[in-house]
Design a protein around this ligand. Structure first.
Ligand SMILES: Nc1ncnc2c1ncn2[C@@H]1O[C@H](COP(=O)(O)OP(=O)(O)O)[C@@H](O)[C@H]1O
Ligand SMILES: [Mg+2]
Length: 310
């Protein structure tokens, strides 16, 4: 349906997005994952023709959207990172206002506004002024605005940042429902790997303007197939154990929590027996030693040496 071809955006000397290649098929939920500053918002602003690329192209059904952006805008619903609503109007008035911008009117507009209010779970709050809404409710209304013209592609830019956990799971469930019931194609941007892991069929991971991994969840986790992640829980950590662990030739990386230690080791290593030996020699009480299933967070750490949230 949509293809990004060598898409780049340079601000002065700095590339916010560099040679991004990506495709989106109809009916997919695509995740765009990356820490702050990775270039996610810049990439989707180019994709939805809000800013012009420095180079590269965006194709919709094999035709460049750069030549005819207004036709493409009709099929895209964009939920921006920053909420854009009129605080002094009610939920319903906001939807009516934005609906008219999308050239809806009369009975069709009222029907659509009612339908959207139902979908975002704000029907009983439609006469309330937006100023009184929680962050999560404003987010939901912003998603409703993007849904008014029945877009083929819904683009969401970090829609769960700064909202309460209940609203967050409501939004995640709503996105899943839009996709399942209406076959809506979704591009979901986030720096929370667990959201992307829950929602998305295929994932692109960006860092510092570059694409560093792409594929299905399983394909991306294959990147770690040469390593095992082992998770150790202890009664009380001691420095001697950590030091011995860090200096041991089997360990590729050690991450230390309060009572938990995570280590990456090459797949073939006899890590369990080595860890037990180290614990005995440093008088450490082990509670458990487990093989951990790798997460997208582990993949990001492996590729960049940093955590996603840094
Ligand atoms: N209009 C702009 N002018 C200059 N630099 C920008 C502009 N927009 C974004 N950037 C820079 O581009 C990089 C990527 O930003 P952004 O796309 O917002 O990342 P993300 O959405 O992944 O957090 C950042 O270093 C940011 O400071
Ligand atoms: Mg952003």
């Amino acid at each position: 349906m949509i293809e990004l071809v060598n898409l780049s955006k340079r601000f002065k000397q700095m590339y916010a997005v560099k040679n991004l290649n990506m495709f989106i098929e109809k009916g997919e939920i695509i995740g765009l994952l990356g820490p702050n500053g990775a270039g996610k918002s810049t990439a989707i602003s180019m994709l939805s023709s809000l800013i012009e690329p420095t180079s590269g192209d965006v194709l919709y059904q094999n035709k460049s959207i750069l030549k005819n952006p207004s036709a493409f805008r009709k099929i895209v619903g964009m939920v921006p990172q920053d909420i854009a609503l009129y605080e002094d109007l009610t939920a319903e008035e906001n939807l009516m206002f934005f609906g008219r911008i999308y050239q809806l009117s009369g009975k069709e507009l009222s029907r659509k506004v009612d339908e959207v209010l139902e979908q975002i779970g704000l029907r009983d709050r439609k006469k309330d002024i937006v100023k009184k809404f929680s962050g999560g409710m404003k987010r939901r209304l912003n998603i409703g605005v993007a849904m008014l013209h029945d877009p083929e592609l819904l683009i969401m830019d970090e829609p769960t940042v700064g909202i309460d956990p209940q609203s967050r799971s409501y939004i995640l469930e709503t996105v899943k429902r839009f996709n399942e019931e209406r076959q809506m194609t979704v591009l979901y941007t986030s720096h929370y790997m667990e959201e992307v892991e829950f929602l998305c069929d295929r994932i692109y991971i960006m860092d510092k303007g570059n694409l560093i991994a792409a594929g299905t969840k399983d394909e991306i986790k294959q990147i770690l197939s040469s390593e095992n992640t082992i998770s150790i829980t202890v009664e009380r950590l001691n420095d001697a154990f950590i030091e011995a662990l860090e200096q041991h030739p089997m360990t590729n990386r050690v991450t230390i929590g309060e009572k938990e230690v995570t280590i990456l080791v090459p797949r073939e290593t006899k890590a369990f027996s080595e860890i037990i030996k180290l614990a005995e020699s440093t008088k450490l009480d082990l509670v458990s030693v487990d093989n951990k299933t790798p997460t997208l967070e582990d993949v990001f750490l492996h590729l960049t040496g940093r955590a996603l949230r840094d």
